[in-house]
Design a protein around this ligand. Structure first.
Ligand SMILES: [Zn+2]
Ligand SMILES: [Zn+2]
Ligand SMILES: [Zn+2]
Ligand SMILES: [Zn+2]
Length: 315
């Protein structure tokens, strides 16, 4: 609690100082969590999540042998109980999580299904740890599917040294919503991803946003050497711009999916030899589309995918 209060106090000043022409600090998401937080904003719940996780297994084995505790079923008269969506047992809210009782949740997991998203999560449910990468803030190296914010992308890029980095634009690199031009309104870029764009030898902005010219212009305004497919690389030393970024609109170029683009690029890179890539997007569908086609590059470890979640939006 103290840590939350001190964070709150720390951000009140910058919030109070903000003017209409300042860059954005916070953007709230449609699903409850913040979609964009400023650099340095911590994951305040991490410690509590870890403590809860440490006791879970013991609790589950106790429940499956001894049954629900009496207190879980009190309150029937006052209609304070809710039913499990799977087995209909009526329990107080404490024992149900997102509509599933703890035992059904565990059972669904062991059958390889996400207890919360069901069939919708068939491609984001990790069979190795029985966790959903979307619903449960999970990352799995073996699925080659991680979650993280800009800082994580930076670290993973340093650790894995991919030959090519593929970055989504809307809501990943930039605060723009799908399809909007970054030049209208007050948009900002993720500072860690910008730093990466400035340093890495080969970055593609892979977007369904068709405003590629605006995106390239906006990136150049922020010191990044960005160009469209058909343009020559800017002489970066003369222009003072950093990096080597190409903006590609998959819609305009007629690619079936982002995965389709990524695979083609990887195959064409380095004369088709073993080019490796890191593909970052805030939309799980983009990362898991065409999964048959993806299989080979994932199995050989040539492609790593990262579901982009801004820090603070992890819970
Ligand atoms: Zn149940
Ligand atoms: Zn799920
Ligand atoms: Zn896995
Ligand atoms: Zn996006």
């Amino acid at each position: 609690m103290l840590s939350v209060m001190s964070e709150l106090l720390r951000w009140l000043d910058p919030i109070a100082d903000i003017r209409s022409d300042a860059s954005r600090l916070f953007v709230s998401g449609a699903r409850g969590a913040a979609a964009f937080v400023p650099r340095g904003f911590p994951d305040v719940l991490a410690r509590h999540r870890a403590a809860r996780g440490g006791h879970r297994e013991a609790m589950l084995s106790e429940l499956s042998t001894a049954g629900w505790p009496k207190s879980a079923c009190l309150g029937e008269e006052e209609k304070r109980l809710d039913a499990c969506q799977t087995c209909s047992v009526r329990l107080s809210k404490l024992w149900l999580h997102r509509g599933q009782c703890l035992l059904c949740e565990t059972k669904l997991r062991s059958r390889g299904r996400c207890p919360y998203g069901g069939a919708r999560c068939s491609r984001s449910f990790c069979p190795h740890d029985s966790r959903c990468i979307v619903c449960e803030q999970w990352s799995c190296e073996r699925c080659r599917l991680l979650r993280g914010d800009g800082e994580d992308v930076w670290q993973i890029a340093a650790q894995h040294q991919p030959d090519v980095i593929f970055l989504d634009f809307d809501r990943t690199l930039c605060t723009t919503k799908a399809g909007a031009s970054p030049l209208s309104g007050n948009h900002s870029l993720d500072s860690d991803l910008v730093a990466l764009c400035g340093m890495h030898q080969r970055v593609y902005i892979v977007t369904r946003n068709s405003r590629s010219e605006d995106i390239a212009f906006f990136l150049r305004q922020h010191g990044i050497s960005a160009r469209l497919k058909e343009e020559q690389a800017h002489a970066s030393e003369a222009s003072g711009l950093r990096g080597n970024v190409e903006v590609r609109s998959i819609k305009r170029e007629g690619f079936r999916s982002k995965v389709n683009f990524v695979l083609q690029l990887l195959a064409d890179s380095m004369g088709g030899s073993e080019a490796t890539g890191l593909f970052v997007d805030d939309d799980i569908k983009e990362l898991t589309e065409d999964c048959e086609a993806l299989r080979e590059v994932l199995a050989s470890g040539r492609l790593l995918r990262l579901l982009f979640v801004r820090s603070g939006g992890k819970e």
